[in-house]
Design a protein around this ligand. Structure first.
Ligand code: ATP
Ligand code: MG
Length: 417
């Protein structure tokens, strides 16, 4: 019989990984909540044109990574490869883009890439967007948010930061860059030659050692940045210094999407060489103008949650929970036991009660509880149901007590704290 498997590059997330995933999502969402950000949920499918217009048609995403299909009415739709374009679309569509918006999103994204560790065809991103503030203070807020997340997670990936100036600066720079690359035409492979034609900036973050020297000696974008962009960037860097936030200036950092300008940044795992960007973001003051003709300053970032979990070695724990395993000896005590289970659950969200329905043999049920790493066993036999109580056994110390139903609330806190 045919055995079905998950689609290449798409993975199931099973317990206990799913638990780490959920704990991470809780940390991410609760920390941005404290900065006054609100959730936005947008559909998985968008018109393909939205991504072409936003991300740009010379980018890897639009050129080859989107899952696109044409429906029976000949409309082209794509599964979202990133979240920013849809946020902008939703704000414009709902007439909200005139005010300041602080938004976050979390969910699956899709890119047809070569699957490998840290690179999947369906992956999750946690993204944050701050829309409507032109000043460098917004850039500072965004970086402060990411740093506060690293603090909670007790980690400190390296912040690489750069400014790519405004669109006029970039146009000038690209002309100079292309001229420079032309001198070394024979050193580039076909793929790189194509990139020079459609997205020459992207050559700068190439990982090909053969062109390392060419890139190192290339003209620097900083020489083409306008005074206004320079001042914005310097103000930001000064504030980062004042806040003791470490960063590395990286002139080769350009980011792959067309909508970026001014500040761009990445947080990388400096222990590994490949797929090491955990979080990436930047300013995109041109996106709204491209989509609706109105200038709206904005910036944001996205964290790849699978990559972040791998970076943390899945060592992330939510608040300690207490697992109770309920052992029932006689089927006739089921109703009595279910009531006790609910009583315990209602006492605290930290109390997890699961029930064994195998009845009979106490020893084998206790063995199962051990296997499941239960913290406590709640044992119910006919004596217990006759006397309106239960046995609570601490699986760590082995201590076992008879506890009356109406005393459970007094008994549990004292044994769990
Ligand atoms: P990369 O250079 O690694 O391809 P990117 O520039 O395409 O990254 P963004 O579009 O900025 O990445 O996405 C933000 C974050 O989402 C990345 O830093 C990464 O953590 C994560 N991410 C991007 N693509 C994938 C993928 N295919 N699988 C898993 N995570 C991904
Ligand atoms: Mg990519």
């Amino acid at each position: 019989m045919k055995k079905f498997q998950s689609v290449r590059g798409m993975q199931d997330i099973l317990p206990p990984k799913s638990k780490a995933f959920r704990a991470l999502e809780d940390i991410l969402t609760s920390s941005v909540n404290q900065f006054g950000y609100h959730e936005i949920k947008t559909p998985i499918l968008e018109e393909t044109g939205l991504f072409i217009k936003s991300i740009g048609d010379g980018t890897d995403i639009v050129e080859k990574e989107m899952y696109t299909f044409v429906d029976s009415k000949k409309n082209s739709f794509s599964m979202r490869p990133e979240g920013t374009a849809a946020c902008a679309r939703a704000l414009i569509e709902n007439g909200l883009h005139d005010s300041i918006n602080r938004l976050w999103y979390l969910g699956p994204f899709f890119r047809h890439e070569r699957p490998q560790k840290g690179r999947y065809r369906q992956f999750n991103q946690f993204g944050v967007e701050l829309i409507g503030i032109e000043g460098y203070e917004a850039d500072l807020e965004i970086i402060n948010i990411v740093n506060s997340i690293w603090k909670i997670l007790d980690t400190s990936p390296l912040l690489k930061i750069n400014t790519i100036g405004d669109i006029k600066d970039r146009k000038k720079y690209i002309e100079v860059l292309v001229k420079y690359f032309k001198k070394y035409q024979n050193d580039f492979d076909e793929n790189e030659k194509n990139k020079i034609k459609i997205n020459p900036l992207r050559i700068l973050d190439s990982k090909n050692d053969k062109i390392f020297n060419i890139i190192e000696s290339a003209p620097k974008i900083s020489e083409y940045i306008s005074n206004e962009s320079k001042a914005h960037f310097n103000n930001l860097l000064e504030s980062l210094n004042k806040e003791n936030i470490d960063f590395t200036l990286d002139e080769k950092l350009v980011r792959g999407l067309d909508y970026y300008n001014k500040t761009v940044f990445e947080y990388i795992d400096n222990k590994r060489n490949t797929q090491n960007t955990i979080c990436a973001g930047g300013r995109y003051d041109l996106l709204f103008e491209n989509l609706c003709g109105k200038k709206v300053p904005a910036l944001g970032f996205a964290i790849g949650t699978e990559r972040l979990l791998e970076y943390l070695d899945h060592k992330i724990y939510g608040k300690k929970e207490y697992h109770f395993y309920m052992v029932i000896i006689n089927p006739s005590d089921l109703q009595y036991s279910l009531n006790i289970a609910n009583t315990i659950r209602n006492l605290s969200k930290k109390y997890i009660v699961s029930i064994s329905y195998s009845y009979g043999n106490l020893k084998s049920q206790l063995k199962k509880a051990n296997k499941l790493s239960a913290d406590y066993c709640v044992i119910i036999g006919s004596d217990e149901s006759d006397n309106q109580n239960c046995q609570i056994k601490n699986m760590d110390s082995g201590k076992q007590d008879t506890v009356s139903i109406n005393k459970i609330h007094e008994y549990l806190p004292s044994i769990t704290e």
